[in-house]
Design a protein around this ligand. Structure first.
Ligand SMILES: [Zn+2]
Length: 317
């Protein structure tokens, strides 16, 4: 079956690379895509990266995988979108878009009548994500974030869908899988499972690094995932530990953030995990862990304002 995404088409047994123009209302943006249409029919896997700017490991991994995949050896279809959010990836290199300050990963499945980032989310969801049999979104710690590698997925309450998603999350082969108990928000993988598409998030690397070993780790993980979804073939992988999100800390003040913990540290509820100091008068606010568990990601940058995410903590499931 011909694989079509926007104006790009790939006949069976071919790989087509190019870009598709998305209309964002007041401007357009060109989304790079690689379509790999296997010579044998089968499921479709969609992989996006660069939903957030400044998260380079996933972008590099998707770019490498696009070069590696050979349609002659693929059963099914793979759609790779290495830069899903060009304004954020090329412009600000931040989690928010320089077009309108919106974090696209809070507004999926988007709004075709909304602002430019909401329109981009709607375009990606309708043209790239919808129609997938499995969806993977690649993220990393951004330029100002520390992060311990993990796989994330959401529970929906549908036992068959949740089992398929959990199997995908585990076959990736990372040590830690963090589970969200609902799929009610605007993350791309949450919106996808709400649509009935098994979907996972892979978080790898921190500080906006472009470490080639980190990118290789993601490529290897994606190949295991493709083997699982397209060929029903599970390679050996060590069992992962499952975690549940237990607490998210945001700054209550404007100032300079001095964390005393980093990714992978275990904390107990109430423990001081850093402080925010106002450079105008040295007023200091202590920041406490809201839950006992492990810090999976947080703010590495020095300057914070009220609402800045400082740390995310998960507890063993
Ligand atoms: Zn991200």
């Amino acid at each position: 079956m011909t694989l079509v995404v926007g104006t790009l088409t790939a006949a069976p047994g071919t790989k087509v690379r190019g870009s598709v123009r998305a209309d964002l209302g007041t401007l357009t943006t060109d989304i790079p895509l690689t379509l790999v249409n296997g010579s044998t029919p089968g499921p479709r896997v969609v992989i996006t990266a660069g939903v957030h700017g400044g998260e380079f490991t996933g972008i590099e991994a998707a770019h490498r995988l696009a070069a590696l995949l050979d349609p002659a050896h693929i059963r099914g279809q793979v759609v790779l979108c290495p830069i899903a959010n060009p304004p954020a990836a090329y412009g600000g290199r931040l989690g928010t878009s320089p077009l309108d300050g919106v974090n696209i990963n809070r507004v999926f499945p988007g709004n075709p009548e909304g602002g430019p980032t909401e329109r981009l989310a709607a375009w990606l969801f309708a043209n790239v994500v919808d129609g997938a049999d499995a969806y993977v979104d690649l993220h990393s710690g951004g330029i100002d974030e520390f992060l311990q590698d993990f796989v994330g997925y959401r529970l929906t309450g549908d036992p068959d869908l949740d089992a398929k998603t959990a199997a995908m999350a585990h076959v990736i082969g990372y040590d830690d899988v963090v589970v969200g108990l609902h799929a009610d928000d605007g993350n791309s993988h949450a919106a996808a499972v709400r649509r009935g598409i098994p979907a996972v998030l892979i978080e790898t690397g921190q500080f906006g690094e472009r470490d080639p070993r980190a990118a290789s780790r993601v490529v290897d993980a994606l190949i295991r995932l493709l083997d699982h979804v397209l060929d029903g073939k599970d390679s050996e992988y060590p069992p992962a530990r499952e975690w549940l999100w237990a607490g998210f800390v945001t700054s209550s003040a404007t100032g300079l953030w001095y964390p005393t913990v980093t990714a992978g540290d275990d904390v107990t509820e109430g423990q001081v995990i850093g402080h925010v100091t106002d450079p105008a008068d040295d007023t200091t606010h202590e920041v406490h862990a809201p839950a006992t568990g492990r810090v999976f990601y947080g703010m590495h940058g020095l300057t914070v304002v009220p609402g800045t995410d400082l740390a995310a903590i998960a507890a063993p499931r």
